[in-house]
Ligand binder design. Structure first.
Ligand code: 8YV
Length: 298
């Protein structure tokens, strides 16, 4: 029986099984030896320092950009996340955003519901075949996106720290990737290293027939520059599942007809969230039993 601190509410299918073996607390308590947080949640070093018994932080998500990893390493605190189990769902949402933006599907759906169809035909959209998807960060999720988009007839290019042994075009710079791409797809981790990687110059390189897709973290994109690029036609469209200041989406972005905006639903299926919850539980059980962690970050 351990004391686990959950600073924000998490789903019952995660908390109920945890509660049957442990004490859960919503307020920081000096006895807490574990912390469970959603992906991207900013864990302040001061919170860590206020929990003298803290041994492990388990992130309910793949992205641990909110956790000060170096600070945890210094203090010998273990960190786990939930990779792999959400890869396919997140790649599905990236693919959906590519289809929604290219074929204007959200607008087409609104058009039908507004009973506009009898008066006029819906404007023509853009085909996918022969276009290029440029993936920023060809990790597990990036590869799953590449796999899906190849099946839709797109060529794949990518940018990352180094070329990989794959049959896709490697671009050594982000600008080169943006110039090459019809769809520039962000699939890299968040955090200080990638903050505002996508700024005005990259959007200019993507150009007026280009679309930005982001299923990673809002922090990777300079949202002000993106809004400007959408308003001025510097790029054609954007498909976004993540935002800089979630759950708040700037009014100016909400007003952009050429943006498709989803409420961070990349991993939001019953099956995947259940699998993520199980991984959090299994990592904590392994830790408290002195066994190796299943998916350690550090
Ligand atoms: C979830 C995520 O929204 O995995 C991540 O890093 O951002 C998403 O899967 C989140 O973690 C659910 O709490």
């Amino acid at each position: 029986m351990a004391v686990i601190h959950l600073p924000v509410p998490l789903p019952a299918f995660l908390t109920a099984p945890l509660r049957s073996h442990h004490t859960l607390t919503e307020v920081p308590c000096p006895d807490a030896c574990a912390l469970v947080v959603p992906g991207g949640y900013a864990v302040q070093p001061a919170l860590i320092d206020s929990l003298p018994q803290l041994q492990i932080i388990s992130v309910f998500g793949v992205g641990y950009d909110g956790v000060p990893i170096a600070h945890c390493r210094d203090k010998g605190i273990r960190v786990t996340n939930t990779p792999d189990v959400l890869t396919e769902d997140v790649a599905d949402i990236a693919t959906a955003l590519v289809l929604m933006t290219s074929r204007c599907l959200a607008a087409a759906e609104r058009f039908t519901r507004a009973s506009s169809w009898p008066q006029a035909a819906f404007p023509l959209a853009h085909a996918l075949r022969g276009k290029t998807a440029g993936i920023v960060g060809l990790g597990r999720i990036g590869k799953a996106i590449a796999h899906r988009l190849s099946a839709h007839g797109l060529k794949i290019a990518y940018h990352g720290r180094q070329p990989q042994d794959l049959p896709h075009q490697y671009c050594s710079s982000l600008i080169e990737l943006a110039e090459t791409s019809d769809f520039l797809i962000i699939a890299c981790p968040g955090g200080p290293e990638t903050r505002h990687l996508i700024q005005a110059e990259v959007l200019r390189a993507l150009g007026p027939t280009g679309t930005l897709i982001n299923i990673a973290r809002g922090s990777v994109v300079d949202e002000t520059a993106l809004i400007e690029a959408l308003k001025t036609g510097t790029i054609r469209a954007a498909g976004l599942d993540v935002f800089a200041n979630e759950p708040h989406v700037p009014a100016e972005l909400l007003a952009c007809e050429n943006a498709v905006l989803l409420p961070h639903v990349g991993s939001a299926t019953h099956e995947t969230r259940q699998a993520m919850a199980q991984l959090v539980i299994d990592n904590l059980s392994a830790h408290f039993a002195g066994q190796p962690l299943l998916t350690p970050v550090c």
